[in-house]
Design a protein around this ligand. Structure first.
Ligand code: AMP
Length: 221
């Protein structure tokens, strides 16, 4: 199954994508993670991405389509994937449709994670993750059980994203409303849009997503 998780920064897309990868083997394809890896590697794309990301703006559609196009060709994507942070513009959505059709694939569902803007700023400003395994934490909502030690892998190094500060978050939210929210009617028209309550507890959001995935698999042989 191939799905898109659609929602503003801080909606919980990454958390839910990792759960779908663990539970269903659907590979998490996060364009944000790919760009952060490019920044860390110091490549030409990385140098361009650094400034764009820190400003909370978007990278060019053509470049993002090329990046995702190459990634979904890889064998681990054969059994399905979850797109996390892509597409973010109508141009990217149209390009993705063309690309999937050429490869005999399609999107099964686009799952909107509906959240409240005011809550997002608090959510994002407090988040951090394990440097080693990427498990996400939050200063208020989800601290490691033992202070300074990752619950999942025991590592003691954590990091915060450079663009997770209040000013950049507000810009990222504006970009979301202007450029990404038009994808909701785009996918509604195609009959594949579903919505979950992104303000609910993490397990409840997972339960709602599972019900959607289940509705797509139960009719298949
Ligand atoms: P994310 O981790 O998904 O919040 O992405 C972090 C930043 O990477 C965004 O604010 C953009 O600057 C850039 N980015 C990630 N995905 C895309 C995309 N699909 N199109 C353009 N820029 C992107």
């Amino acid at each position: 199954m191939n799905v898109v998780l659609l929602g503003p920064p801080g909606a919980g897309k990454g958390t839910q994508a990792r759960r779908l990868e663990d539970g269903h083997g659907m590979v998490q394809l996060s364009t944000g993670d790919m760009l952060r890896a490019a920044v860390a590697s110091g490549s030409a794309i990385g140098r361009q991405a650094k400034d764009v990301m820190e400003a909370g703006q978007l990278m060019p559609d053509a470049l993002m389509l090329e990046m995702i196009g190459a990634r979904i060709e890889e064998p681990d994507c054969l059994h399905g994937f979850t797109l996390d942070g892509f597409p973010r513009t109508v141009g990217q959505a149209e390009g993705l449709d063309r690309m999937l059709a050429q490869r005999g694939k399609k999107l099964d569902f686009v799952i909107e994670m509906a959240v409240d803007d005011a809550a997002l700023i608090e959510r994002i400003a407090g988040r951090f993750e394990c440097c080693s395994c990427g498990t996400g934490y939050h200063d208020t909502f989800k601290r490691p059980a033992t202070k300074g030690v990752c619950d999942n892998c025991g590592d003691t190094n954590f990091r915060r994203r450079a663009d997770d500060n209040a000013a950049a978050v507000e810009r990222r939210l504006t970009v979301f409303h202007n450029q990404t929210a038009p994808l909701l009617p785009y996918y509604e028209e195609r009959g594949i849009l579903r919505t979950v309550d992104g303000m609910a507890e993490i397990d409840e959001v997972s339960r709602q997503i599972e019900a959607i995935i289940e509705s797509g698999t139960s009719g298949k042989a």
